[in-house]
Design a protein around this ligand. Structure first.
Ligand code: NDP
Length: 459
């Protein structure tokens, strides 16, 4: 892949600025027609897109087929709601009327990570385009291929040249994009360190940004939950995508009366997961994204062991013969009796390694769950609806699932706060975040009320 330099970035942002004039002038229903055509193209090509997405990220083909099958939903949802956006009109004191309307920002920079290269891109892109913005995408250097293919499909769907642009490259390419004078809005999904840099770059130019950053997602399991169901939910929450999603469950906080029974059921299910070739539809867990990532995960396993956490399953790379022996695999790994001051309780692993910690009272469970600078996802397992509502209201997270995990839908906002960033994807909130709300105030007074000639407008 080419590493785009500042002049490549400038060509892309200028192309996007030029295309903005005509794209933003289209009727929303006409833009929606192009987006629906794009959704159709994706729908016809789900199998090949999933194959490439799996090959690039190492995520199991079964996962990527399921995820790619949902991509058209985001495109059709935003295409569907954008034409329905309404302004308001109000009468003001003293024969004035106020009318609000929405205006797109212009060129938007979309900075995306490697773990869901297409899903995360489409969440941002569909919202931005549907209301008349144009975009320059900077995909992760570890997974830039499918965003390039996707951009070509946008052209094939009839979206005019210049509306969707991609610059491949490294962090410096993203930084150069954020500094481009044409860029009027920034949307990043990435790590918290990158988030701080991007927020600073955005602040420098007074450009608004959305930051979807990291997390250390707690899962609180109460004694009244169905243990087998909670264990099934736990392996899904922790090990889908090899634990490499921003809301992967990192901390299981389990009420003492069921602690050992839950742990047994969790371990049995984790140990039964099939780790291996992502192209094999029977594989449950693929490799992690890179050797660097695997080394970081191994280091965190060593630290947890030396800090006194109890390793109950996994903890090492599985052994393979043949080509898989070169892969960056890690067994699903569970540590029990993890203390809140340990690194494994506090730091994001971004791999298949989790902490389990006991608690006694509801209050203690909540205190443990909230012991984190992150506030992105959280799940609560209980059959007591009053308890679910009570704990759900106090847990520090932007998205809270009761008796489930990972649920994502275009109609359901997605985002966090604290070290997890700010702003949301999905829903009307996302579409409005891609728009400037303006206010037109009209006087219907017969003549100007001249303040310096005894006017009464402040009266
Ligand atoms: P990074 O933060 O490394 O990168 C995200 C994107 O930003 C990449 O395209 C990256 O380019 C680019 N980038 C890096 N530095 C800069 C910079 N200074 N200015 C502008 N752009 C820059 O994240 P990862 O790709 O490693 O993804 C993993 C992280 O993302 C995890 O911490 C995870 O928690 C978070 N995440 C959050 C999600 C959410 O919804 N909240 C969802 C998924 C992941 P390059 O890769 O080439 O360096």
């Amino acid at each position: 892949m080419a590493v785009a330099d500042a002049s490549d970035v400038a060509r892309a942002t200028k192309a996007a600025a030029k295309a903005f004039e005509s794209w933003s002038a289209l009727d929303p229903l006409d833009r929606a027609r192009h987006l629906r055509k794009l959704a159709e193209l994706v729908r016809e090509r789900i199998t090949e897109l999933a194959g490439w997405e799996s090959a690039v990220t190492g995520r199991p083909l079964r996962e990527m087929r399921a995820q790619m099958a949902r991509i058209p939903e985001w495109i059709e949802y935003f295409a569907g709601i954008a034409p329905g956006l309404e302004g308001e009109s109000n009468r003001l004191r003293g024969s004035f009327s106020s009318t609000t309307s929405w205006q797109p920002y212009g060129v938007c920079a979309l900075l995306t990570p490697w773990n869901h290269p297409i899903l995360i891109l489409v969440k941002k892109l569909a919202a931005a385009l549907s209301v008349g913005n144009t975009v320059v995408i900077k995909p992760s250097e570890l997974a830039p291929c499918t965003p390039l293919v996707f951009a070509a499909w946008c052209t094939e769907a009839g979206i005019p040249p210049g509306v969707v642009n991609v610059v491949t490259g490294e962090g410096a390419t993203g930084a150069s994009l954020c500094a481009s004078p044409e860029v009027r809005r920034i949307d990043l999904t990435g790590g918290t360190t990158t988030g701080r840099r991007v927020a600073a770059a955005a602040a420098e130019r007074l450009v608004p940004c959305t930051l979807e950053l990291g997390g250390k997602t707690p899962v609180v399991v109460f004694e009244d939950s169905d243990i087998e169901e909670a264990a099934a939910g736990a392996v899904f929450a922790a090990f889908v995508a090899s634990g490499q999603t921003c809301v992967s469950a990192g901390r299981f906080i389990v009420q003492r009366p069921i602690y050992e029974r839950f742990l047994d059921a969790f371990v049995k299910r984790a140990a039964a997961l099939k780790v291996g070739d992502p192209a094999d539809l029977a594989t449950d867990v693929g490799p992690v994204i890179s050797y660097v990532s695997l080394q970081r995960i191994e280091r965190m396993i060593q630290h947890a062991t030396s800090a006194g956490a109890r390793l109950v399953t996994g903890g090492a790379a599985p052994q393979f013969d043949g080509p898989l022996s070169a892969g960056n695999f890690m067994q699903p790994t569970i540590f029990a009796d993890v203390k809140p001051d340990m690194e494994l309780f506090q730091e994001e692993v971004f791999g298949p390694v989790v902490a389990v910690t006991p608690f006694d009272t509801e209050e203690e469970g909540l205190t443990l769950a909230n012991d984190s600078p992150y506030a992105l996802g959280a799940s609560i397992w209980t059959r007591d609806i009053a308890r679910a509502a009570r704990v759900g209201a106090k847990i520090r997270a932007g998205m809270i699932w009761i008796n489930d995990h990972h649920k994502n839908d275009p109609r359901s906002i997605w985002g966090g706060y604290g070290d997890s960033g700010y702003g949301v994807e999905n829903g009307w909130d996302a579409i409005k975040s891609y728009l400037i709300k303006r206010n037109l105030i009209v006087s219907s007074n017969p003549k100007f009320d001249d303040w310096f000639k005894g006017g009464t407008r402040y009266g």
